[in-house]
Design a protein around this ligand. Structure first.
Ligand code: GLY
Length: 264
C-alpha cells in the first residue's frame, strides 16, 4: 500500500474573509471569497469522493493565508511534524493546526529552532524519500532539523532547490504515483527527479504543476487542457477544480489540504 498517495484522512480549513489580504508575489487581482468558497467545496467533495475522511476546520480570520493548510505540517504515517513557516504572518497558523493533528496522531513533533524555517509546500514525499526544496520560506536550518526528526523512522530526506522566484518546491511539481512526477521543465532541468518518470507540464501551462494524487484521483486546477489530456492519456483519473482565486495568492491543489494515514 502506497504511503505517498493513498490516504485515509485529509484536513482542510475554510477560507476567511481576510483572504483578500493573503500574501502574493504579484498582484493580479483581489480574490473573490464567494468564488473561492465554491472552488473549496468542490475540492473537498473530490477528496471525499475517494472514501477519505475530510476534516473541515473553521476559518481563521487572523491568518489571511490559513486556507493553505499544507504549509503548517508534514504528515507521515508515523507522526505529524508541525512546521515553522518562513512567512512571519503565517507562523501562528502552525500552532493553530497542532491540536487537530494531536487528535489524530499518537505522536506529533515540532520544528522549533529559532533559526529554522520550513513550510510544507516545499516538501514532496515520495514512496522512497522526502524531497525538501530550499526556498525563500524554507532554509537550511529548517531542513536539517526536519532531517533529524524523520531519521527516527528511517526516512531518507534529500535537500533540493526551489527555482528562484517560485514560491514553493511543489509550486512546480507533484507526485502522480509511486515512481512518476508531474514537473515543469525548469524544475526537472535541475536533475532533482533523476530516477523518476517525469511528465512535463505543457508549454505555457506551468501553473498547473501543483496537482495532487489522492487515492485514485489526480486533482488538478481547471484550465490546462494540454497537460490534462497528457495525464488522461497516461492513464490517470482526473478531477479538475477551479483555482482562479487561490492562484491570485500563488496557491494550488496541494496547498489546500494535509493528506495522511496515521499509523494505528
Ligand atoms: N499566499 C500563500 C503564501 O504566500 O504562503
Amino acid at each position: 500500500m502506497s504511503v505517498s498517495y493513498r490516504f485515509t484522512h485529509a484536513i482542510t480549513r475554510k477560507p476567511s474573509t481576510s483572504i483578500t489580504a493573503g500574501l502574493r508575489a504579484m498582484d493580479i487581482g483581489t480574490p473573490d471569497l464567494a468564488v473561492m468558497q465554491a472552488h473549496h467545496a468542490a475540492y473537498i467533495a473530490a477528496l471525499r469522493s475517494t472514501g477519505a475522511q475530510v476534516v473541515e476546520l473553521d476559518a481563521l480570520e487572523a491568518f489571511p493565508d490559513s486556507v493553505f493548510v499544507e504549509d503548517t505540517a508534514l504528515c507521515l504515517p508515523e507522526a505529524a511534524i508541525i512546521m515553522r513557516p518562513g512567512a512571519p504572518s503565517r507562523l501562528g497558523e502552525a500552532a493553530a493546526m497542532a491540536p487537530h493533528l494531536a487528535a489524530l496522531y499518537a505522536d506529533t513533533r515540532q520544528i522549533s529552532g529559532a533559526d529554522s524555517f520550513i513550510e510544507g509546500g516545499d516538501i514532496l514525499t515520495t514512496e522512497t524519500e522526502i524531497l525538501v526544496g530550499r526556498s525563500a520560506r524554507t532554509n537550511a536550518a529548517g531542513i536539517k532539523e526536519l532531517a533529524a526528526v524523520v531519521s527516527d523512522w528511517g526516512h531518507k530526506l534529500r535537500e533540493v532547490f526551489t527555482p528562484p522566484g517560485v514560491l514553493h518546491f511543489k509550486t512546480d511539481c507533484s507526485l502522480l504515483d509511486g515512481e512518476t512526477v508531474l514537473s515543469t521543465k525548469r524544475l526537472a532541468a535541475s536533475g532533482c527527479f533523476d530516477g523518476y518518470k517525469i511528465i512535463h507540464t505543457a508549454e505555457g501551462e506551468e501553473a498547473c504543476a501543483n496537482t495532487i494524487r489522492f487515492n485514485d484521483l489526480v486533482i488538478m486546477p481547471a484550465g490546462f487542457p494540454k497537460t490534462r489530456d497528457a495525464l488522461v492519456k497516461a492513464g490517470y483519473e482526473l478531477r479538475e477544480i477551479g483555482n482562479s482565486e487561490c492562484a491570485k495568492l500563488d496557491g494550488g491543489m496541494s496547498c489546500l489540504s494535509l493528506r495522511f494515514t496515521p499509523r494505528a
